[in-house]
Design a protein around this ligand. Structure first.
Ligand SMILES: [Zn+2]
Length: 359
């Protein structure tokens, strides 16, 4: 068994850069191991016009370490997003076009206050996306039911898979859909039966592959693992792993790397989001190694995502080496704010060791 592996430079199908000082600190963490990424639009204010996406893309390209990285922009499915803006986004301007529209269930996660309670209210926008061939990216959890009752957060994904997703697939037969950050056995099973390259795909985060809720609660609640969807039971993690290890053409890496400033993460109401870009490719590789599936790693990390979004996989390569190391430092912004990455030796689940290293 070789101790190194060389693959096309990965593609992140789901990343949060935020804006301002956090963005300036984290872009280089992504570009270290990813050549292109689908950039999430849940900034404040949200990205829901082409002009806003152009601004945001320029901010990313101006960040330290951006190099020749290609940020692929998205809109947020808000009540003010119009079919006209979808059509503009599909054509693009100033080197920016729109690669997806993200739906957040109202109230479920960071800056989800602009999301719909019932996505079907956005029917005209969804129809235009279907026509313009722009994918719908789903935070697939039901947070609040139609009668205003809050769903159990461990059941949100199950409710979405059993109720909302089948109706979406029926109502918009040509709409391309990506189910983001799978976290449950029921979602993994649904994707295995219904996934189809170019129509219904899914992304998986490193944290949902590596951790389950035993680690999230080991010795107290581990705030660096606090995210939506919550990390689930061991059997859920096993099902998500088994799906990833199959090397299916409709399953790809989407890190959902989501940095928060230290004071929001380490607070009595910890912000949702796992900041993983400093360790994501390493953790994915570790999980694939543990599953004896390193031969499927490149499809998952570098090929499947570009195929869905209609871009070329990266020509550049990276080499990973099997070598133990630990994350000992936070990432610090130019304003002195600390961002703690998952796997940190002290603030993670305790004395974690990364098994693979990007050379
Ligand atoms: Zn996300």
């Amino acid at each position: 068994m070789s101790n190194t592996i060389t693959i096309k430079k990965p593609f992140d199908s789901h990343v949060h850069f935020r804006r301002g000082a956090i963005l300036r600190a984290v872009v280089k963490e992504t570009t270290r191991t990813f050549g292109k990424a689908i950039v999430m639009p849940n900034t404040d204010p949200p990205i829901n016009s082409l002009d806003a996406a152009i601004d945001y893309r320029n901010e990313i390209l101006a960040a330290p370490g951006a190099g020749d990285f290609e940020p692929l922009m998205t809109y947020y499915l808000t009540k003010s997003l119009t079919p006209q803006e979808i059509a503009r986004g599909a054509v693009g301007a100033e080197g920016t076009r729109i690669f997806g529209v993200k739906s957040y269930p109202f109230g479920a996660t960071t800056n989800s206050q602009w999301g719909f309670r019932d996505m079907f209210e956005a029917k005209d926008v969804l129809k235009e996306m279907e026509r313009a061939d722009i994918p719908l990216l789903l935070h697939g959890e039901v947070h609040v039911s139609d009668d205003g009752e809050e769903a159990d957060p461990y059941d949100g994904e199950k409710l979405f898979i059993t109720d909302v997703l089948p109706r979406l697939l029926d109502s918009f037969p040509k709409l391309k859909i990506s189910l983001e950050h799978l976290s449950t056995a029921i979602a993994a099973d649904f994707m295995e039966r219904n996934g189809e390259a170019g129509r219904l795909v899914a992304t998986i985060t490193p944290h949902h592959l590596v951790y389950d809720r035993r680690q999230a609660f080991s010795g107290g609640y581990r705030t660096l693992l606090h995210c939506k969807p919550l990390v689930k039971r061991a059997e859920d993690r096993e099902a998500v792993r088994a799906l990833a290890a199959k090397g299916l053409p409709f399953i790809s890496a989407g890190t959902d790397s989501a940095p928060h400033p230290e004071n929001k993460k380490f607070s009595s109401c910890s912000a949702f989001g796992v900041f993983n870009s400093p360790t994501a490719v390493e953790l994915y590789t570790q999980a694939f190694d543990e599953m004896n599936a390193l031969d499927k790693l490149e499809e998952f990390l570098s090929v499947s995502g570009p195929r869905f979004f209609g871009v070329e996989p990266n020509a550049e390569t990276i080499t990973l080496e099997k070598k133990d190391w630990q994350v000992t430092e936070p990432i610090e912004t130019d304003e002195g704010v600390k961002l703690w990455p998952v796997g940190h030796v002290r603030h993670g689940i305790g004395n974690e060791t990364m098994r693979w290293h990007v050379r």
